[in-house]
Design a protein around this ligand. Structure first.
Ligand code: SIN
Length: 491
């Protein structure tokens, strides 16, 4: 079966700036291919600083009118966008699978996930409110009002080409900000399609602008926005080194930042856990998008008493996973995004084996009949704490099992990382649940639950996993500042 789109009009080959679909001024392009078979899907503009500046000009010009648009109206336009995304769920899901590689069912699921953020912030927009403060002196009225920060630069990764851009643009627009966006080089098509639907929904010209760029040209696009004092905020999802660079480079214009960076999530299974539920939770958390998520468990700590039973149950499930392209509806694990990603995963597996790990399932580079971007789902036992798998984000379908004896040992090992995005643990003991949830250093804690993502929840990390929260009632805060109004001489 070939993966095709039913409606070709969702594959767009242009930037969108000031309400116009346009090429890069110098005509440069970059190619987008399917990681399943390396086949070319489309060419999109490879933009330069010139397009980045034009996008910022457009967003700046559109800002005054957009912020003055009543929040209720902004919400209505977001609702229309949401409806169009839902109406195109099938095609968008296929497009995600085509350019990113995830199985069809996950592509479809990501469209729902992306749409849920648009709907959530459509509903939050009319609820934007400030506060009246009880004045400590007579004759004064004191108010705190929320204002949009201004133009926001949105820089998104390849692993969730729809959800990441939706959960940044939707709150920005709800708050009254305008946007310049740059999707990942590997997966720009879904983002362009979403912006096309936003245009169709009636979101005015200049409110959303999007430019595509290759890895080589991304620095000049992003630098143009970093240097531009009119760009008041950057919202970035990606690696910690790039996040740190953006934080440093934003210092000159003191931009507000939301940084959703790398993770190194622990997953702890205590001896009092429901082991079947823990296996289920781990499968859901670890193998979503083939392990290419920031929140997927990177290290699995299992208490001695249940290690054997847990490993046996898990091995059966991991060995049963079907690897293959999204064009095969039976596939559960698609290709990795590119061959570099595969190389890194295999280096991590080799490193663990060299340090004494035992291979329980998988570990091979590819299935012979598939392309170069596939790794078989892998389960390793007796992984040494010093292994790279335990310190670096592997971003692939690999589960390293580590043993522990005491609760404090598991918590200390979990926290022994500069990262702090997600963490998970399974236990049926109420007191342990409270203790461990308090002790884990992470922005997100899954307790007897592996699927934690939700538009209603504040998503984000601590430590070197970044700052800022996406989704939930807190998701608008990052796109607003508070202005204090003090009125004196009240009579
Ligand atoms: C990510 O991997 O960056 C996001 C994952 C999610 O939203 O659940």
């Amino acid at each position: 079966m070939t993966l095709t789109l039913e409606r070709g009009d969702l594959i767009l080959n242009s930037n969108y700036i000031a309400g116009r679909w346009c090429e890069a001024a110098d005509g440069a392009t970059l190619t987008v291919s399917n990681p399943a078979d390396m086949q070319l899907i489309a060419e999109v503009p490879d933009s330069s600083a010139e397009e980045a500046r034009a996008a910022a000009d457009a967003a700046h010009e559109a800002f005054a009118a957009w912020r003055a648009t009543p929040a209720k109206r902004r919400g209505e336009l977001l609702k229309r966008w949401h409806a169009l995304v839902m109406a195109h769920q099938e095609d968008l899901g296929r497009l995600i699978s085509l350019e990113q590689g995830k199985p069809l069912v996950e592509g479809q699921g990501e469209v729902l996930y992306a749409a849920s953020y648009i709907e959530w912030f459509a509903e939050e927009a009319p609820r934007i409110a400030g506060e009246m403060i009880a004045a400590p002196v007579a004759g004064r009225r004191m108010l705190a009002v929320k204002e949009p920060v201004g133009v926001v630069a949105v820089i998104t990764p390849w692993n969730f080409p729809a959800a990441m851009i939706a959960r940044k643009i939707a709150p920005a627009l709800a708050a009254g900000c305008t946007v310049v966006a740059k999707p990942a080089e590997d997966t720009p098509l879904t983002s362009l399609a979403l912006v096309r639907l936003a245009e169709e929904a009636g979101i005015p010209a200049g409110v959303i602008n999007i430019v595509c760029a290759s890895r080589g040209r991304t620095p000049e696009v992003v630098d143009a926005w970093l240097e531009d004092a009119r760009v008041r905020k950057i919202s970035f999802t990606g690696s910690t080194p790039v996040g740190k660079h953006l934080a440093r480079a934003s210092a000159d214009t003191l931009k507000k930042l939301s940084l959703e960076l790398g993770g190194n999530a622990p997953f702890i299974v205590f001896k009092d856990a429901d082991l079947d539920a823990a296996v289920e939770g781990l499968m859901a958390a670890k193998f979503r998008n083939g392990g290419q998520t920031c929140v997927c468990p990177n290290r699995v700590y299992v208490q001695d008493a249940v290690l054997g039973a847990f490993a046996d149950k898990l091995a059966v499930r991991v060995a049963a996973l079907r690897v293959g392209p999204a064009s095969d509806p039976a596939s559960q694990i698609g290709p990795m995004i590119n061959t570099r990603a595969v190389d890194k995963i295999l280096v991590h597996i080799d490193d663990a084996l060299t340090q004494g790990a035992r291979l329980l399932v998988g570990g091979e580079r590819v299935r012979a009949d598939l392309g170069p971007n596939y790794v078989s789902p892998t389960l390793l036992a007796d992984v040494a704490p010093a292994a790279r798998l335990c310190h670096e984000e592997t971003f692939g379908p690999v589960v390293p099992l580590l043993r522990f004896e005491a609760e404090e040992e598991a918590v200390a090992a979990s926290n022994a990382t500069p990262f702090g995005l997600a963490s998970y643990f399974y236990s049926e003991s109420v007191s342990r649940i409270h203790r461990v949830a308090d002790a884990l250093e992470a922005g997100i804690v899954g307790i007897n639950e592996g699927a934690v993502a939700s538009e209603a929840a504040p998503f984000g990390g601590i430590k070197e996993s970044g700052y800022g929260r996406e989704g939930s009632v807190h998701g608008l805060d990052d796109y607003q500042h508070i202005k204090y109004l003090c009125q004196g001489n009240l009579r």
